[in-house]
Design a protein. Structure first.
Length: 416
């Protein structure tokens, strides 16, 4: 059984859901009889206002799977270690990333120089392994390639939690957009990261890819100086023509599944996806927010322009691409939500057929991990009750894995 990834890239939440979680308590209390707000509600509003007003960067959300490489030569997928010489998602990642451990060590050394006395024990560059031949990936030459989107750092001090915060503060002082996470320090896209990756010869999502339907001139219409799209504030990005070309183009066909936004307020990352992607109950959450904000249009406690921003998010979440990818036909009685999150969960592990080749123990372990992931996503994305989510996840995963295993077995028998 594959070992667990010791330094996972943190989960990134959808932008619309983060807005809802920050706003819901305040809006509920502001529309109540007395209109008084408690401290939690005020804090949510303040957090949202900080994100809206702070500079941010935006990178294309490529439809692939996470792969990380560290300074010692460790290769990892989203959840597990990739054993030496093994393929991952049917890609020879060891050949693809040959020489990268040395580059990651140079990356660590450079950040160590900036960090001073705060020891960086481990550095891992994370990137998107482009395993899906969607959009224009093959045309631009990134299909089956790897593009860096950020990094994780582990401090060497014994007081790990405090050391993570100290290291984060030190690197922020040097201009890097970083965030202290439970796993370590997350290094988000920034001009400083862009410059360092270029010097090390590491291809990045923001440096090596631009959707071909958007011209170079249109793509460069942002506030940044390099290849990384940057904006003076998140509000500016959300309402910009630049974002409209990504999500609401004139031909009705978005050129990518969305964007990953990194706020310079605190290094927080957000996923912003178009209405043709699986969004869970985010459209319903945004609709509720917009309706409440319309009732509170003149309330001075709300951030300026908030209604316009949320209306834009709602339009993006509810506008279906004119040439949306065909949906798989579901049998009557099947759990559509469960199947949707199962399909998403598959991208966080190795290909099922590869796992089948490793034997029953590996198959059982992967099935258990998929049940855990699907349960968590049903609770998060569809507000399912945990016990019920576990039952639904177990049923969906066993059914789908069983079907794939049966097809794999028949194919093996036929080719014998």
């Amino acid at each position: 059984m594959a070992a667990r990834n010791p330094l996972k890239w943190p989960e990134i939440e959808q932008l619309g859901r983060e807005f809802h979680e920050c706003l819901a308590p305040a809006l509920e209390q502001m529309t109540s009889a007395d209109g008084a707000m408690e401290e939690e509600a005020r804090h949510g509003l303040a957090q949202l206002e900080a994100w809206l007003n702070a500079p941010c960067a935006a990178t294309v959300k490529i439809d692939g799977t996470n792969v990380g490489v560290d300074n010692t030569g460790l290769l990892v997928g989203r959840n597990t270690v990739v054993e030496p010489g093994a393929n991952y998602q049917k890609v020879d990642v060891w050949t693809l990333l040959q020489g990268y451990p040395e580059k990651v060590e140079l990356f660590r050394v450079e950040l160590q120089r900036l960090a001073g006395e705060e020891v960086i024990a481990q550095a891992m560059l994370y990137g998107e392994l482009c395993v899906n031949g969607k959009y224009d990936y093959a045309e631009v030459g990134i299909f089956k390639g790897w593009l860096c989107f950020g990094a994780m750092l582990v401090p060497g001090a014994q007081d790990a939690h405090l050391a993570t915060r100290r290291l984060s503060e030190r690197l922020r002082a040097e201009g890097f957009n970083v965030r202290a996470e439970d796993e370590g320090v997350l290094v988000a896209p920034s001009p400083q990261l862009e410059d360092l990756l270029v010097r090390l010869g590491v291809p990045s999502v923001f440096g090596a890819y631009r959707p071909t339907s958007i011209t170079e001139e249109q793509w460069a219409a942002h506030n940044g100086q390099g290849r990384l799209p940057r904006f003076g504030s998140m509000k500016q990005l959300l309402l910009s023509e630049w974002a409209q070309r990504v999500f609401l183009p004139a031909n009705g066909v978005p050129p990518c599944e969305g964007l990953v936004i990194s706020s310079e307020a605190d290094g927080k990352l957000f996923k912003w996806k178009h209405g043709g992607e699986e969004l869970g109950n985010v459209p319903e959450q945004l609709d509720a927010i917009v309706r409440q904000l319309q009732q509170l249009r003149d309330n001075q406690l709300l951030p300026e322009g908030l209604l316009e921003v949320c209306e834009r998010l709602l339009v993006v979440a509810t506008t279906k691409p004119s040439k949306n990818k065909p949906k798989t036909k579901k049998a009557i009685g099947e759990d559509a939500e469960g199947l949707a999150v199962f399909d998403s969960a598959l991208t966080k592990f190795d290909v099922l057929e590869v796992v089948f080749e490793r034997g029953k123990e590996a198959m059982a372990a992967q099935q258990s991990e998929l049940i855990e992931q699907v349960t968590k996503d049903l609770v998060k994305d569809y507000a399912a009750v945990e016990d019920e989510a576990l039952k639904r996840a177990t049923k969906v995963v066993r059914s789908q894995v069983g079907a794939r295993f049966g097809a794999w077995g028949r194919n093996q028998h036929g080719s014998a």
